[in-house]
Design a protein around this ligand. Structure first.
Ligand SMILES: *Cc1c(COP(=O)(O)O)cnc(C)c1O
Length: 362
């Protein structure tokens, strides 16, 4: 926590706004609009997953529709596609950003069109905070008239060519889950282009109640709104986002400098115009064995590290789904490791971690 969160939470208690609506929710939405882009509309929700679910509904996704989804991601990017009875089709990554490969995406769209299945949406992810190639994706989206749902759960504070991640796609989402760069313990947001879209999202998120004195519903709704108490935490957290990004990037820079002499360790560099919040500091080792040796060496010193995300096309839950694969995400999964990346890591701890990495690998 940054410091001001508790004041906002106390205010929620003092004013008795303990509900999934209230002044903090409105103020947090306004603050988020100020963060992402002034021409955007933000709806605060109970999770990033809920935001993805509503984004898919807003994009018109329904049963049997095809949705193209980045394979190299966390399962929450893909699960809501299945909630809707639609079919995820997974697309592998490019080496340059680790995110959805534009060439392979085009191939997947052409192939689906040839089968008479025009995909309804593209779920693209800024994984670990590194932006995807938005210019290429936007061109594809315009060419084929397919909306982009921008999963920016890991990329608050990242920018692409000066624009904030979350505001690039037709719909964007943030997560404020406990593991993200800022948190409300649990929460999320949907970023839309128009007031009408935001109002529809809020309507769906509050059980889709029609205008009537009694309870009437013309459509199926959800209980997806953010609590006013948690929005208070969010208001405090947003004030320290810039500091958090600075610290995460400092962690990454520390590792990069300390490990630069190890030829077997490589980093994902940011291309021109790509600004990553470096939510997690990730490295690639030479092979799977070396990755595991290092992970276990760190674990033996009570230091947690983790393999990179296991691609969706390799997940048992999705093994029956179609995928367009080029081998990139499989290699990243085998050889990649997320190093300790918390916003409260001390230089001393970072030094200890790097000592162990150097001892293990040399
Ligand atoms: C965390 C995360 C989500 C889901 O957000 P929740 O708030 O945990 O539901 C979605 N996509 C990615 C890439 C994530 O890392």
């Amino acid at each position: 926590m940054g410091g001001e969160e508790l004041e906002f939470v106390k205010e929620a208690f003092a004013t008795n706004w303990i509900a999934p609506l209230g002044p903090h929710v409105n103020a947090f939405e306004q603050a988020l609009e100020g963060h992402v882009a002034q021409d955007k509309q933000v709806a605060c929700l109970s999770s990033g997953t809920a935001a993805l679910h509503l984004a898919l509904i807003m994009a018109g996704v329904g049963p049997k529709d095809v949705v193209l989804c980045q394979s190299f991601t966390f399962a929450a990017s893909a699960n809501p596609i299945v909630y809707l009875g639609a079919t995820p089709v997974f697309v592998d990554s490019e080496e340059r950003t680790w995110n959805i490969c534009p060439e392979l995406l085009t191939q997947a769209i052409e192939d689906q069109l040839a089968k008479g299945k025009k995909p309804k949406a593209i779920v693209a992810v800024h994984l670990y905070g590194m932006p995807y190639d938005h210019d290429a994706l936007e061109a594809i989206s315009l060419t084929y008239d397919i909306p982009i749902i921008e999963d920016s759960a890991e990329a608050m504070g990242s920018t692409y060519k000066g624009k904030n991640c979350g505001g690039l796609g037709d719909y964007g989402i943030y997560s404020f889950n406990g593991n993200k760069i800022i948190t409300t313990s649990g929460g999320g947001a949907l970023i839309c282009k128009t007031k009408e879209e935001k109002e529809k999202a809020v309507f769906l998120a509050t059980q889709a109640r029609d205008q009537a004195p009694h309870y009437q519903h013309s459509t199926i709704g959800y209980n997806y709104r953010l609590s006013n108490v948690l929005a208070g935490i969010g208001r405090g957290q947003l004030k320290v986002l810039a500091q958090r990004v600075q610290k995460r990037r400092a962690n990454y820079a520390f590792y990069e400098e300390a490990l630069k002499e190890l030829s077997g360790v490589t980093f994902l560099k940011a291309a021109e115009g790509y600004f990553s919040n470096r939510w997690l500091s990730c490295i690639l080792l030479e092979n799977f064995e070396q990755r595991e040796t290092l992970r276990l060496a760190l674990e033996s010193q009570n230091i947690e590290s983790r393999p990179l995300w296991k691609p969706m096309h390799l997940q048992p839950a999705f093994k029956q789904e179609k995928s367009y694969v080029n081998g990139t995400s499989e290699i990243l999964f085998k050889r990649g490791l997320c190093l300790p990346s918390g916003s409260n890591l001390t230089t001393e701890t970072l030094n200890q971690i790097c000592q162990i990495i150097k001892q293990t690998l040399s």
